[in-house]
Design a protein around this ligand. Structure first.
Ligand SMILES: C[S@@+](CC[C@H](N)C(=O)[O-])C[C@H]1O[C@@H](n2cnc3c(N)ncnc32)[C@H](O)[C@@H]1O
Length: 219
């Protein structure tokens, strides 16, 4: 009789056979997550019929929860030499050519200040990305609450630094605060869409909130 495979073994096997993992290895991306952002970008490009999608040359992009760096790699490529990437994560991350990387907790004011200072002299970003996700404890309510806190921090940051007309992509987990956050986003952006890229695992409750045309702060 065959022995039951431990779940971590099953996860490892699934991971090594995952087409996005294999493709990331082949194409030099640090994570399979890169394809989620590429897909969001490509879909927008297709819909607008323009040469570029979400990420355009010359943009200043902040990447929250950036490690190991797949999204930052995509961003660096698409914003080109005239653009800037500022990445932050709790975990150490390999440097990003053409970008600045901070290691620390984004919920910590000192880390937030570092990111804001890196945006000088303009003090503004054209695009705020947040793929931040809590370390899942397995306790659903606690994990949800932590996920919500991270998304709320990303929203607060947007209101602090996003250029009017700017855009955002924020990871949200489907749960209690999900609809409230989508509602909040609709007050901040001209266009809001919730997307689930093909590269996002079907069993994950993650979705991405796409906000386009930031309305800016009323004065
Ligand atoms: C799904 S991974 C991001 C993958 C990344 N977008 C990529 O393309 O490689 C989520 C990341 O969020 C980070 N994270 C979670 N809480 C954070 C916090 N409070 N501050 C900064 N980073 C955080 C985790 O350390 C983890 O690296």
């Amino acid at each position: 009789m065959s022995k039951r495979r431990p779940s971590s073994g099953r996860w490892l096997q699934e991971h090594h056979e995952d087409p996005y993992v294999l493709r990331a290895r082949r194409e030099g991306y640090r994570s399979r997550a890169a394809y989620k952002l590429l897909e969001i970008d490509a879909e927008l490009q297709q819909k607008s019929g323009k040469k570029s999608g979400l990420l355009r040359p010359g943009m200043t992009v902040v990447d929250l929860g950036a490690a190991p760096g797949g999204w930052s790699q995509v961003a660096v490529k698409l914003v080109g030499k005239t653009g800037r990437i500022i990445a932050v994560d709790l975990l150490a991350m390999e440097p990003i050519v053409g970008g600045v990387v901070f290691q620390g907790d984004f919920l910590d004011d000192a880390v937030l200040d570092q990111v804001v200072q890196a945006l000088a002299p303009k003090g503004r970003a054209d695009l705020v990305l947040s793929d931040m996700a809590p370390n899942m404890s397995g306790f659903k309510n606690a994990d949800m609450a932590r996920g919500e806190l991270l998304a709320e921090a990303a929203f607060a940051f947007i209101e602090q630094v996003l250029e009017p007309g700017g855009a955002t992509v924020i990871k949200l987990f489907q749960g209690t605060g999900f609809h409230e956050m989508v509602k909040q986003a609709r007050t901040l952006f001209d266009r809001v869409k919730v997307v689930k890229p093909n590269a996002s695992r079907a069993r994950s409750s993650e979705h991405y909130l796409l906000g386009l045309g930031y309305k800016g702060q009323e004065t």
